[in-house]
Design a protein around this ligand. Sequence first.
Ligand SMILES: [Zn+2]
Length: 370
Amino acid sequence: MMWRCRNCLRRYDWTRGHPTCPACGGPLDREAPIVFHPEAERSDAPGLWRYVPAMHLPMADSPVTLGEGRTPLQPVHLTQGRQVFVKREDLNPTGSVKDRAASVLFTWAREQGVEEVVTLATPNTLRSWRRYAARARLRVRAYGVAGMPSVRTRGIPVRRFPGTWWETMTALHRQETAVLVPYHPLAVDAYATIAYELVAQLGGAPGTVLAPVGQGALLLGIGRGFLALLQAGLIATMPRLVGVEPLARAGLWARAKGGREAHLWVRDEAPGPAVEAGRRFPWWGDLLLELVAWSQGRFLAVDDEAWARARDAFRRVGLYLQPESVLVWAGWAMHQREWPEPVVLILPGGKPSLWQRIGRRFRLRIFSKE
Ligand SMILES: [Zn+2]
């Protein structure tokens, strides 16, 4: 498998473990699109490892796994026979969709003989990375980002960095050890497994998929998964991809809607709920803009009031989801009649302690209009 720098177009066979180009610092990406080989699916493998062999990723078959993936797809009970589903990524082992990325990244790192990895100290990432690093027997160091909520870091040394997001990321990428971040190109591949699961669960392609944007890896990965299925002739249509961002940090929404002028006021440091879901320049932003437009999807910016309304609706039925999951729901509610069905809302995370108690088999009416 070959990798290419999106900036200088140099090619690499991928031994260094960074998401960036050693020559120019530009972002690396896979050189060729994902090809999905359904005959290589492993129905006996745990979780998302059913699909990883079908993508021919550069790793053998003893995965670092905690049972991530194969999350439930639950119908949302609404009136008028609407087909709306939630993909419960909050039911992954640490309560976050990032467990998919962690499983693939730590498997790969262990096979490369890596002993220590560095990452960004965001709460979901550290919760997930800590468990997977322990399973893989790797050490983790983290870089703290200004403006991020603090997180309990048991066993993971965190270096607080006083600069902006971008400066922190740049400092991180200069580290000598493997840099395993949730926007790593292998994480994008890991998120493609969500597309394969959705098609298996629905018996075909969804009409629309909504997910938070963040650095763009999640929605890009899901979109690439669908592209691979289209290419393999396993689905007939491309779902519309809809990226949801918080208004204060809606970088892609602003660029898609108003171009450079509208983009000027977007600030990475803007406070507000669900800010992890928005960036001025998401790492995968340019590619995601292209793919979302091609899928006839769009970007949505959710203001704080709409977010609070969605949060309260969940609380009334006893659900305490992560702010990014609430954001996706709020985005859907803003334009709910617009989307081709079935509509799938990707809920990226929940409150892990609660969900771990309740367990992966928990079934609940998520939300009801009745
Ligand atoms: Zn380069």
